[in-house]
Design a protein around this ligand. Structure first.
Ligand SMILES: Cc1cc2nc3c(=O)[nH]c(=O)nc-3n(C[C@H](O)[C@H](O)[C@H](O)COP(=O)(O)O)c2cc1C
Length: 324
């Protein structure tokens, strides 16, 4: 399939694997890229520019297809070495950067100067327009369904995507709630040029996370995610578990007085324990409502191939309908 996104990123299929903390390592990124999508290494997970350089090298050993690096800008008391990470990305010849969090303006001149395509993840039309204004090449429009940080507007993709299509000149992909060929055709119908998947790619053979995480996603229904940290205006959609229910109880008790320190036990530093050790009650971890559509653990190639086949079948069905 040829779209503005496959052309821009030099990939075969319009499918992107979104950056994911403690999931987006070289094994997953390479598997997605080898299957014709765009795999993405998560920059901040690596820790230092040196470790990111090493991860990029490992990915290059596993694929000769294009892959990207995610740079997430988070409010932080001790900010990561963003200039160092950007330098490593440029030196390594990475072709695509997915930015997320706050406005990526300060890293754009360096990335664009190096010929890197930048896709910024946005949860609203106004942020998407801002990304377009400052020179991003594309946006990933993340609806309320998404795993991770859906923002504070709560607009689901059936509204957000056509709104983005009405306003944007640059290409965009859908993100949040995407699982299969139905998601892809629906995204294209609403004006997107491809789709981004997060949660779906965790439940794949190559995702380098503990089996407990994959099994939890398969076992979960669309009712099993919760929104946490809303009182801090840092809303995150996570899989429910003991720690999450405890966190929500604290939110109810403390109301507007809630501070980050009150929930630090449930959210800080929990990812390695969950993703690596499989301790599923260690804390809050991002997961999308799309878990309700996930009931197996295929390889990335099986997932992408069957997604494209299903999309083709739907388009053929629609053509037959139109022919009458
Ligand atoms: C476990 C997990 C960790 C994530 N970590 C990040 C991250 O570090 N940076 C980022 O930009 N997005 C992150 N995301 C969001 C994904 O890249 C993607 O936008 C989102 O998962 C799309 O929604 P879906 O899960 O419904 O497919 C994360 C998502 C999950 C599920």
């Amino acid at each position: 399939m040829k779209t503005a996104i496959t052309e821009m990123f030099g990939i075969e299929h319009p499918i992107i694997q979104g950056g994911m903390h403690f999931v987006g390592f070289a094994e997953l990124a390479a598997a997605v890229s080898n299957a014709g999508g765009l795999g993405i290494i998560t920059g901040l997970t690596q820790g230092t520019p040196e470790k990111l350089a090493n991860e990029i090298d490992r990915c290059k050993d596993m694929t000769d297809k294009p892959f990207g690096v995610n740079l997430t800008f988070l409010p932080s008391l001790t900010p990561p070495d963003y200039p160092g990470l950007v330098e490593v990305i440029i030196k390594a010849g990475v072709k695509v950067v997915e930015t997320a969090g706050r406005n990526p303006q300060e890293v754009l001149p360096a990335l664009k100067g190096a010929g890197i395509k930048v896709i910024h993840k946005c949860t609203s039309v106004r942020h998407s327009l801002k990304a377009q204004d400052i020179g991003c090449d594309a946006v990933s429009v993340d609806g309320f369904e998404c795993g991770g940080h859906p923002g504070e507007d709560d607009i689901p993709n059936f509204i957000l995507l056509p709104r983005a299509a009405d306003e944007l000149d640059i290409p965009f992909v859908s993100s949040g709630g995407m699982a299969d060929g139905r998601s892809l055709v629906a995204s294209l119908a609403m004006g997107a040029e491809g789709m981004n998947m997060g949660t779906r790619f965790i439940a794949t053979k190559e995702a380098p996370v503990h089996e407990n995480v994959k099994n939890a996603i398969v076992a979960a229904s669309e009712l099993d995610t919760r929104l946490v940290m809303r009182p801090l205006r840092n809303t995150e959609r996570v899989m429910t578990n003991e720690a999450v229910e405890r966190l929500l109880e604290k939110e109810r008790e403390l109301g507007d007085d809630l501070k980050f320190e009150d929930i630090i036990e449930e959210v800080a530093g929990v990812y390695p324990r969950i993703m690596m050790e499989g301790d599923m009650d260690a804390g809050a971890w991002s997961c999308g409502m799309v878990a309700g559509l996930i009931d197996d653990i295929p390889s990335c190639k099986e997932l992408i191939d069957r997604t494209m086949q299903q999309a083709e079948d739907i388009l053929a069905r629609m053509n037959r309908m139109q022919a009458g």
